[in-house]
Ligand binder design. Structure first.
Ligand code: FES
Length: 101
């Protein structure tokens, strides 16, 4: 298990997302009501960047074709997406957001 530091918690405001490229991964770090979640940034349906998409509570709606995912689980909640989004195990240490891969 490898731990990767992504950003400071203050880099992502509540209801926002930040794109982070690290160790060959392109990720979206979400702040949902003060809790942090990390997914792949790339929509599973096409070229949409989820960190640049629309966020409502724990749902992110892709800005390309309006498919949507649950940020916490990666489950598809709206077509045309059919493939779930990869999520990562997140931990917070010394005000930094880490994932374990
Ligand atoms: Fe995201 Fe099509 S690229 S819904």
């Amino acid at each position: 298990m490898n731990k990767i530091e992504l950003c400071n918690i203050s880099d992502v405001a509540i209801g926002q997302a930040l794109k982070v490229e690290k160790d060959g991964l392109v990720l979206a770090v979400f702040n949902v009501e003060g809790e942090y979640f990390v997914t792949d940034d790339l929509c599973t349906h096409g070229p949409g960047s989820l960190s640049e998409s629309y966020i409502l509570d724990d749902i992110v709606e892709c800005n390309f074709h309006n498919g949507a995912f649950n940020i916490k689980t990666g489950e598809v909640v709206c077509a045309p997406c059919t493939e779930r989004l990869k999520t990562y195990a997140v931990s917070i240490e010394n005000n930094s957001v880490y994932i374990s891969v």
